[in-house]
Structure formats: C-alpha cells, structure tokens
Design a protein around this ligand. Structure first.
Ligand SMILES: Cc1cc2nc3c(=O)[nH]c(=O)nc-3n(C[C@H](O)[C@H](O)[C@H](O)COP(=O)(O)OP(=O)(O)OC[C@H]3O[C@@H](n4cnc5c(N)ncnc54)[C@H](O)[C@@H]3O)c2cc1C
Length: 453
C-alpha cells in the first residue's frame, strides 16, 4: 500500500467550489486552509431581510446525481433532504404564449415536447458522467460520452442551430432557447448541449427541504468534521508560486494552492494583466429579494424570457440594458425572488432605477399582479456591483465567454496552471451552475489523486 504525503493545501475562495474541494482534500488527510475575503458561501449566502434570513444566489438544484457522486466520494449519506419543486422549471412566458416546462399533456405543444425529450433521451442517463468525467481523449469512458453527445447534437455547434433544425412550435423553441441564458450565454453563443437542458432536467428540479442555505451548512460541516480551517474575512492580495500574501501583509507558503475564485481575479493576483471587455463577459444580474404581507399568487417559478434574443444579445454585448431582459421569478409563500439578467458592467442598479422598475413592472403585469412589490415589507437588492466585488470583472456571473467549442463539457479547462496551482469553480467548469461547479470539483479531485495528492 502506498502512503500519501500529507500536504499543506491553501484554497483561495470559500464559495461552493472552495468549500466542496476543501472537504474532499481534508478527507484524504491533507491540512487544508480556506481563505475567504468575506463570509463563506460566495454567491450562495444568507442575508437578513427584516427579521428573517433569506438564502440568496442559487435557488434550483438540478442534476442531483452530481451531488450524490460528491457525497459518495466522501462516504457520506445525503444531508440535504432534496425536495422536488412543484412546477419543475416553471412557466415560461414566451411572446407566443405561456408554456410550463415540462410541458403538460393538455398543452398544444405537448407532442412536440415529447419528440424533443425523445431526441435527448440517449443523453439522459449520461449527464452525471458527462459532468464529472475528466475530458481526456485517451479515456474510453470520455470518448463514449462524446459519441453519445454528438449522436444527439449532430453537426450543430450552437444551441440556436440545433433548435432551428428541430422544427419546434415557436413557444417551445423560445422557451428552450431561454435555458442557454442560465449559463449567461444567448442561444447563438451557447453550445448545442444547452438546448437539451430542459429535456435532461425534466421534472427533476429540487430544493433542500430547509432551503438552499442547507447546502452551505452541509459543506461547512463536511469540512469542519475533517479539520478544514476556514479563514473568513481574509483576502488574498498576491499569489507567487505557492506563496500567498494576505491582506495586512501576512505571507503563507503552501505545498499546493487551489484557486476557487474567478480565473481573471487569480490572474491579477499573480501579476498578470487581464483584458476583460464587456462583450467577452457572461451576464450579471440584479437579484431582488422581498417579503410580502401575504403569499404571492404566483406559480413557484415563472420565467420571462427576453422577447427578442438578438436585441438582448447586442445590448448586453455593448454593456447596455436590454429593453426586455430575462427575469426569473421564484415564489415561496410570502417570499419572492426576482432575478433580472443585466450586462456585466458592475453597475449599482438599485430599485429606484427606471430600468429596474420597468422590468419589475413587466413581471407584475405578466403575472397579473400590478404593483405587488410596492406592498413588500422588506426588499433587498444585489446588483452587478455586488457580484463584481468577489467575482469576475463587471460582476459576470459565469466568468468570461469562451468560444462555443470550449464552453461545453468536452473541452479540457485550465484546471492545472502549474504543478502547485490548480483551479476549480464557476469560471473554470463550463455551465456555471451548482452541478457544473460540483462536477468540476470532482474532476479536479480525480486528477489530483492521479497525481498522488
Ligand atoms: C442570482 C443567482 C442565481 C443563481 N441561480 C442558480 C440556480 O438556480 N441553480 C444553480 O445551479 N446555480 C445558480 N447560480 C449559480 C451558482 O450560484 C454559482 O455557480 C455558484 O454559487 C458558484 O460558486 P463558486 O464557488 O464557483 O464561486 P463564488 O460563489 O463566486 O465563490 C468565489 C469566492 O471567492 C471569494 N474571493 C474572491 N476573491 C478573493 C480573494 N482575493 N481572497 C479570498 N477570497 C476571495 C469570493 O468572496 C467568493 O466567496 C446562481 C447564481 C446567482 C448569482
């Protein structure tokens, strides 16, 4: 039996990626320290709203197989008690009519939906593997996954191209195109796989019974029981080799560093100059959280896509506010979250800005409750300037826009920058959401184990 050398490992950033990576490495006996400039959680954080706590950031837990794979590697039982969210991916208010996804049998677009689901079916059992297998051409498992994926997407490179070839009714076509935007890309810029996401998710949309904050609590406790040291309020201000300089001047050397912060931030800390033009960034957002005096009379999830993806794309690429943006609306009794997609310009867009008011009015009008937000007891707003504080320039939620062939799971990402410096997190693993972040962590964990770490 070989014995692994215990290493001192520093993790930069205590979001979902940093915390989940820390627990895996500590489970192998390494001494792990997580440096977090603010509070742990990153984009998933609790804020006080009136006299209650509200979980901000991710609200839909999809592809739970990736989470199960993560727990399996740790040898832990499930801690989240994931509950299916009624209404799945929600009602999509397209310019061609309202369409729930999954489409119910009594809807005129049901047979087209079934056809679409059948086309994606070969991929459905492979999603967890696709998100957790290191992309290496010499690996037969990876080659098999690639064949299945290309068998479904055919010669189409982009989500827009694949959707055009399907001959779908306009409401379904529009609703499916909207899902590319969940990774901050319009269908013209997103890989074809993204058009398949609603079919692959189906009605498997979950939330932990105790709310999304349970994921943060769970990751913290998985790390704590394995001896992870979490240094909150400790910003890294310089990285040289495996040596970190912390705010205040302290210098710490580690055997290995793993960055779980945005790649552009890391590059700056290493003294590299980084160009990040607005048209090369994924989108940012304005997240509004409100408590209402009575339950909102809305379905659990409503999605208001931009009416015209082309106008939307050209506006956000120029850093302009699109006339109609993508709005995701989550309602849970008297608590509502409205997430407005905005260009990544680090603007401090507040509730009194006419654009924000116009988007909120569109949501209220569409959902038949004009003026509802004015009755809110408390409202909190997290604008692009908030996401820019600890993330990609401008507050781009999923980092830089990659060329389309590099933004799917088949292209190797810059996981290893040098033998002593690796990267995980939303800006490294394409797809951006929790399954991609956890999947990227599992991939890097496997690569590290293969490197004897
Ligand atoms: C409004 C919103 C809604 C979302 N909805 C969903 C959803 O429904 N489903 C889903 O799956 N995903 C969703 N996501 C995406 C999901 O939240 C993210 O993919 C995930 O939280 C990213 O985790 P991360 O650890 O990669 O990055 P982050 O959470 O950004 O963590 C990076 C951490 O690094 C820290 N850091 C930065 N610089 C330094 C430094 N110099 N020194 C020390 N620490 C530093 C930051 O403070 C931060 O804590 C949503 C995101 C947002 C913002």
């Amino acid at each position: 039996m070989t014995t692994r050398q215990v290493r001192e490992i520093g993790i930069l950033g205590g979001g979902v990626a940093g915390l989940s990576m820390a627990a895996l490495l500590a489970a192998r006996g390494h001494a792990v320290r997580v440096y977090e400039r603010d509070r742990a959680g990153g984009k998933l954080r609790r804020i006080a709203l009136g006299d209650a706590d509200v979980d901000t950031g991710p609200s839909l837990f999809t592809f739970p197989g990736v989470w199960q794979a993560y727990l399996h590697r740790l040898g832990e039982p499930d801690l989240l008690n994931l509950q299916p969210l009624p209404g799945g991916l929600g009602v999509h208010h397209t310019p061609f009519g309202a369409l729930p996804l999954p489409v119910p049998p009594d809807h005129p677009s049901y047979s087209a939906w079934q056809r679409y689901v059948r086309r994606a079916a070969p991929l459905a059992p492979q999603v967890t593997a696709l998100l957790t297998t290191p992309p290496r051409l010499r690996d037969p498992a990876f080659r098999r996954l690639g064949r299945v994926l290309f068998g479904v997407t055919g010669r189409h490179l982009t989500a827009a191209g694949w959707l055009r070839a399907q001959g779908l009714p306009p409401d379904l076509h529009h609703a499916l195109g909207t899902h590319a935007l969940n990774a901050g890309l319009v269908p013209q810029d997103a890989p074809a796989l993204y058009a398949l996401i609603p079919a692959l998710v189906g009605n498997q949309v979950f939330r932990p019974a105790a709310g999304m904050g349970a994921l943060l609590d769970g990751l913290l406790s998985l790390g704590q029981t394995r001896g992870v040291q979490l240094k909150e309020g400790t910003a890294v201000v310089g990285v040289s080799g495996q040596t970190l300089t912390l705010e205040g001047g302290e210098v710490r050397r580690h055997d290995l560093l793993i960055s779980a912060m945005d790649p552009a931030r890391l590059a700056r800390l290493r003294g590299h100059s980084v160009q990040s033009r607005v048209n090369r960034r994924t989108v940012s957002g304005v997240a509004l959280y409100a408590t209402l005096p009575a339950p909102a009379p809305w379905a659990t999830t409503n999605v208001l896509p931009p009416g015209d993806f082309r106008h939307f794309r050209s506006a956000v690429r120029q850093g302009n506010l699109p006339t109609e943006t993508l709005a995701l609306v989550h309602a849970d009794g008297g608590r509502v979250a409205i997430l407005l997609t905005a260009p990544a310009t680090a603007e401090a867009l507040s509730l009194d800005r006419p654009w924000v008011q116009a988007q909120v009015a569109r949501v209220e009008r569409t959902l038949g409750t004009p003026g509802l937000l004015a009755s809110a007891l408390d409202v909190a707003v997290l604008p692009p300037s908030h996401y820019a504080l600890g993330g990609h320039p401008g507050g781009a939620l999923y980092g830089a826009v990659l060329p389309v062939w590099r933004s799917g799971p088949l292209h190797p990402q810059p996981y290893r920058l040098s033998p002593g410096l690796w990267q995980v997190g939303t800006g490294v693993h394409p797809g951006g959401g929790l399954p991609a972040v956890l999947g990227g962590v599992l991939i890097v964990d496997q690569l590290l184990r293969e490197a004897g770490i």
